[in-house]
Design a protein around this ligand. Structure first.
Ligand code: NDP
Ligand code: ZN
Length: 350
């Protein structure tokens, strides 16, 4: 067993604080990793505060993990000591169902084991995430970080990157398509970059007119201020795809109206009931599709890392001292980060 240290929430209402705990010794198929960087996802806040009602405590968030392999189990073939590797939102799945067989472990019919706050399939202990000094993960769920990528800026690709890349790819976004990205935070700014790299004409929908200039720097061709009813109305029937990263309940109807017939509105941010209610006519009358998407499989996570290396795409990050994690959560909720906090794990030792 390894002694590890990390930051965890003890309840939905307590701030994250340091905690010492044990990581298992590697099983034959495991890789032990010293964590160098970990991105801070809005899901970490939802979970730490039990906003989805599924949290278990102590809860140690973090699923955008980059680090160095320190030990491997006897049967490991894909990684070796010293390799730079990543771990995203999942650390295990059943590995034999239809979804797992199709490299879609995130849709495992028995439920994937998430990187934190999920019972381990072998010993039943709750998984602890990447706001920590080390992690031990089955090699199938460990990806390679391409040499060309900056390590800290690569961390958010493990969640924010794959979550936006996967649906754009699945729905076949291609050159010339008109893609709208809703919300420019960690996920949204990566969505803009990927849609642009796929050749689309990209529009950011944002609440903040002040983000317009930066959105253009990220690659957006146009910006619509979503609180301006005139601008929303002027966009009616325009888009082929909408990638919706808004993390709270919001009215989908005005956005659906901006889709052309056969347009697809992809939800990645919302897992609560839609409120206010969806007006079915907004789908029916134009054969529009309302879709959802969850992260991406392990093979596709490797693919998006390689895609980022090939297309020179990286995440815009602000390095974070782990002692300031609670303040970082407040700043994320206020939209005050450009566009992803990444914890420098060296600060954990300090
Ligand atoms: P961020 O907080 O970084 O960004 C969210 C953006 O949404 C903000 O920058 C803001 O953009 C907009 N926004 C925030 N609050 C509101 C509001 N009250 N009304 C309208 N717009 C708002 O979050 P992330 O990008 O990290 O995550 C986004 C969501 O995606 C979260 O709910 C997260 O849990 C979820 N998620 C889903 C995954 C999946 O697999 N489906 C995986 C990872 C995350 P602006 O200021 O431009 O309006
Ligand atoms: Zn995430």
């Amino acid at each position: 067993m390894y002694t590890a240290i990390g930051y965890a929430a003890q309840s939905a209402t307590t701030p994250l604080a340091p905690m010492t705990f044990n990581r298992r010794s590697p099983r034959p198929d495991d890789v032990a990793i010293e964590i160098l960087y970990c991105g801070v996802c809005h899901s970490d806040i939802h979970q730490a505060r039990n906003e989805w009602g599924i949290a278990v405590y102590p809860l140690m968030p973090g699923h955008e993990i980059v680090g160095k392999v320190t030990e491997v189990g006897a049967n490991v073939t894909r990684h070796k000591v010293g390799d730079l590797v990543g771990v995203g939102c999942m650390v295990d799945s059943c590995r034999h169902c239809e979804a797992c067989a199709a490299d879609l472990e995130q849709y495992c019919l028995e439920g994937p084991t998430l990187t934190y706050a999920t019972p381990d399939r072998v010993d039943g202990t709750n998984t602890m995430g990447g706001y920590s000094s080390s992690i031990v993960v089955s090699e199938h769920f460990v990806v390679r970080i391409p040499e060309k990528l900056n390590l800290a800026a690569a961390a958010p690709i493990l969640c924010a990157g794959i979550t936006t890349y996967s649906p754009l790819k699945h729905y076949g976004v291609k050159a010339g398509d008109k893609v709208g990205v809703l919300g420019m935070g960690g996920l949204g700014h990566m969505g803009i970059k990927f849609a642009k790299a796929m050749g689309a004409e990209v529009t950011l929908f944002t609440r903040s007119a002040s983000k317009a200039e930066e959105a253009r720097r990220q690659g957006a061709d146009h910006v619509i201020v979503s609180t301006d009813a005139e601008q929303m109305k002027a966009a009616a029937g325009h888009f082929d795809f909408l990638l919706d990263t808004i993390p709270v309940q919001h009215d989908l109807n005005p956005y659906l109206e901006t889709l052309r017939f056969d347009g697809v509105h992809i939800l990645v941010g919302l897992i609560e009931p839609v409120d206010p209610a969806l007006h079915a006519a907004n789908l029916v009358m134009k054969r529009r599709v309302l879709a959802g998407s969850l992260i991406g499989g392990i093979a596709e996570t490797q693919e998006v890392l390689d895609f980022c290396a090939e297309h020179d795409i990286s995440c815009d990050i602000e390095m974070l001292d782990i002692k300031n994690i609670n303040e970082a959560y407040s700043r994320m909720i206020a939209g005050d980060v450009k566009y992803r906090f990444v914890i420098d794990m060296a600060t954990l030792k300090a």
